[in-house]
Design a protein around this ligand. Structure first.
Ligand SMILES: *[C@@H]1O[C@H](CO)[C@@H](O)[C@H](O)[C@H]1NC(C)=O
Length: 252
């Protein structure tokens, strides 16, 4: 599911710690740029001042001035609001800091797309079900939004399909897995269709019911080992035969 497309970036301007043993005090300020449009027309700059997690003064660019939340915070807000130079600077932050950095972040992260790798695998049914089950997996894609669907002979399948959410890998990439339960029929072509921002058109992967490559490799390696063994054994036998022919057996 698509998460809220509200974007926000933070800047911790300063964080000072006044140590006092067990009960340390934390003072800090947190700058935030909040927007949800491509043209940054709804950009809001928030600068909050905190002490021990309590906000005492905050600047909101929509309001255009500081607001205090405690006695000290109110005095602080008044003091800053009466400093025209500082206020001019604060009101410019929504452009200077927010819109400027949003452009950089969007072009370096938000607008980037990474194509998924798509794979269909056969999975065992839990509880020994009779139906066959296929899993279509898309790995390492960005951004999150993706659609995974199934086709039977090119026609969309809607029933007996279950899918996970887009799962965050924790490294900015996502993965998703869609399951299809079906009764195998000969000559039927099953495909998985994936659409993602990184594609010009949806990607279609056909299910190959023959053995997967790893299984084929195991058979090839096993067969090669067997052939090699037979060749070595045959060579040994021929060598032994030749040797024993040339030997004269001396009776005791
Ligand atoms: C900033 O101020 C506007 C106008 O009062 C308000 O709608 C908005 O919620 C405020 N933003 C934050 C993050 O407090």
């Amino acid at each position: 599911m698509l998460k809220s497309n509200l974007l926000c970036f933070l800047l911790i301007l300063m964080l000072s710690v006044f140590t006092g043993g067990e009960d340390a005090y934390f003072g800090g300020s947190l700058g935030r740029c909040i927007y949800s449009t491509r043209d940054y027309s709804d950009m809001v700059y928030i600068s909050a001042y905190l002490f021990n997690k309590d906000k005492y003064t905050e600047f909101n660019s929509t309001v255009g001035k500081f607001v205090g939340y405690t006695d000290y915070g109110v005095r602080n807000a008044e003091y800053w609001n009466n400093n025209p130079d500082f206020m001019q600077q604060m009101r410019a932050e929504v452009d200077r800091f927010c819109r400027h950095n949003a452009q950089i972040f969007d072009s370096s992260v938000r607008d980037k797309t990474v194509k998924p790798t798509v794979k269909i695998t056969s999975v065992k049914q839990p509880h020994g079900g009779h139906q066959a089950m296929l899993m279509c997996s898309a790995f390492r894609f960005y951004p999150q939004r993706i659609t995974v669907s199934w086709l039977k002979d090119g026609k969309p399948v809607t029933s007996d399909v279950t899918s996970t959410e887009e799962l965050a890998n924790g490294d900015w990439y996502y993965q998703i897995h869609s399951h299809l339960e079906y009764t195998p029929k000969s000559g039927e072509k099953i495909s998985c269709m994936v659409d993602h921002a990184s594609f010009n058109k949806p990607m279609i992967v056909d299910w190959d019911p023959s053995l997967p490559e790893s299984e084929r490799n195991k058979i090839v390696i096993g067969a090669s080992g067997l052939v090699l063994g037979i060749v070595i054994a045959a060579a040994g036998l021929i060598y032994y035969k030749k040797k024993s022919k040339g030997r004269i057996l001396v009776p005791h």
